[in-house]
Design a protein around this ligand. Structure first.
Ligand code: ATP
Ligand code: MG
Length: 209
């Protein structure tokens, strides 16, 4: 049979500062891939995110390299430099538009966010276009049905006619903020993130200040 039509590509995008990347991110990514039968997950370390102006993030190159290191053991995980290489403030909507241009219309994109980020989603730049271009998956802790979140999801559903998928992951208590705090206070970060990332952090003396 002549191939005149490419089969659909389906992948997830996980945006984040990844400062540093940890098992919460990795467990979530693999859970979403598994749940929606996706071809791959693209990790997208942020450039200059509009929402994280309060804290200076580590050098983009460190964040990018740690993300690459943490994902090497999974052949279905990719890391993109698109946001890091883009000048100015980076908006998710530009990133997804760029991906749609690269992969074509016959593509299904799932954008992964933690439950915390989903609460802010309607404040994002051009959220309506974003909702048209991709599905959203919010990661929540098992047994955690935050009232705020349910309310927000219902709001989004009635206002934008857009359902946000939910997925339960078992490792939501891990956060980069907590990991940075532990390092600063001389506490162990073992088993919260891959060993290679721990070595990398030590080698470059990250998060001591
Ligand atoms: P920080 O504490 O600096 O905000 P973080 O741990 O939240 O860091 P980010 O890089 O901000 O990590 O997160 C990228 C994405 O991953 C966000 O959508 C965030 O909600 C989600 N996320 C972060 N930690 C977890 C986790 N443990 N489980 C599931 N999703 C997570
Ligand atoms: Mg965060």
């Amino acid at each position: 049979m002549k191939e005149n039509r490419k089969s659909k590509i389906r992948f997830a995008v996980m945006g984040g500062t990844f400062d540093p990347i940890h098992y919460g991110h990795l467990v979530t990514a693999v859970a979403v891939m598994d749940e929606y039968y996706l071809d791959k997950v693209i990790f997208m370390p942020s450039g200059n995110p509009p929402h994280k102006m309060s804290r200076a993030t580590s050098d983009a190159n460190h964040r990018y390299l740690m993300t690459v290191l943490a994902t090497t053991t999974n052949p279905y995980f990719e890391v993109s430099k698109a946001e890091i290489d883009r000048a100015g403030i980076t908006y998710t909507v530009d990133t997804i538009r760029e991906l749609r241009n690269i992969y074509g219309e016959n593509t299904e994109i799932y954008f992964i966010t933690g439950a915390d980020a989903i609460l802010e989603i309607i404040t994002w730049h051009n959220v309506e276009e974003l909702f048209r271009m991709c599905f959203f998956v919010a990661a929540t802790r098992p047994g955690f049905h935050g009232k705020d979140m349910e309310q927000k999801l219902n709001e989004i559903k009635s206002k934008y006619k857009k359902e946000i998928f939910k997925i339960e992951v078992p490792s939501l208590a891990i956060s980069s903020t907590d990991i940075r705090g532990r390092i600063k206070n001389g506490k162990t970060i073992r088993y919260l993130l891959p060993e290679a990332i721990e070595d990398y952090i030590r080698k470059f003396n990250l998060y001591l200040e």
